[in-house]
Structure formats: C-alpha cells, structure tokens
Design a protein around this ligand. Structure first.
Ligand code: DQA
Length: 146
C-alpha cells in the first residue's frame, strides 16, 4: 500500500477561524478527514502532519526518506514564500511531491508570487479549497511505482 504524507505549514491548524473569506469555514480536522478518505478510496495509507515551525517541517520531510512514505502533499503555507530549507529538504529526500494552496495565490499579494517549494514539486494545485488536497492525492496515487 502506498503511503502518502500530507504536510501543512503554519496557521493551517487555524482553518475555519482564520480569514474564512479566503480559506473557507472547514477546519483542519475536516482537511485531515478529506485526505484520509481520498487516500482510503485509492487504497493508500494517509498521514497528516501540521506544524507552525519551519525546522519541524524539515525534520518531518527528512524522516519521510526512511519511513516508507512514497509521496508528499505539501502546503508550506507562509513558508512557501520564504523557505529554502523546506525546498532543500524536499530535494534531499527526492520523493514525488505536489504543492497545494487552498487559496489562489496567483491573484493575491506580490510577496505570495514566489514559491520555493514549487521547485521540488511535479505539480501545483491552488485556488480549489480543500478539494485541492484530493486532487494532489489523486496525482500521487496514480503515479506508477518506480
Ligand atoms: C496558503 C497561501 C499562503 O500564501 C499563506 O501564507 C497560507 C496559506 C494557501 O493555502 O492558500 O498560510 O498556502
């Protein structure tokens, strides 16, 4: 069974409370349920990880190298636009990764137009709300094993 790791960065635990006009009313728990269901439907194992700390995200990506993870869905949140460390960690482990953003970052502020993590991802999904995570899981689960 393929194991998919879902990584969410800072403030994604505040979904449902934070800026509902931008991120919607669903909670982080709803997000995890959606991911677990999407993985189960595709016969994949799901693990959800969220942290507000850059180093903890780097540590989790590194651990994915040897814990059986076969694909990563990552929404680095604000670290998308700043973190070379997360980019380097994704490159280091070399696992297939998909970048997800709940909002359509393209239509937002200039400082959100840069994504470091994107450089290590084979696909980016944005502006589709939590459904974007399902699309990312679909993309990873349908990859042929190496
Ligand atoms: C986000 C977009 C980022 O710019 C922002 O900092 C977030 C969430 C999104 O999912 O739309 O925290 O990654």
């Amino acid at each position: 069974m393929k194991k998919i790791l879902i990584i969410n960065g800072p403030n994604i635990n505040m979904l449902g409370i934070r800026e509902p006009a931008v991120y919607g009313r669903q909670t982080y728990e709803d997000l995890c349920e959606i991911c677990e269901k999407a993985c189960a439907e595709r016969n994949c194992v799901c693990e959800c990880f969220q942290s507000n700390h850059e180093g903890a995200i780097v540590d989790r990506i590194q651990a994915a190298y040897s814990d059986g993870t076969q694909g990563i869905v990552i929404n680095p949140a604000a670290y998308t636009h700043t973190s070379v460390a997360i980019l380097d960690a994704l490159k280091a482990v070399g696992l297939p990764a998909v970048e997800v953003h709940i909002s359509d970052v393209r239509s937002r502020e200039d400082f959100r137009q840069v994504s470091y993590a994107r450089l290590a991802c084979f696909k980016t999904i944005m502006g589709q709300g939590l459904h974007g995570y399902e699309l990312a899981i679909e993309a990873l689960c349908s990859l042929k094993p190496e």
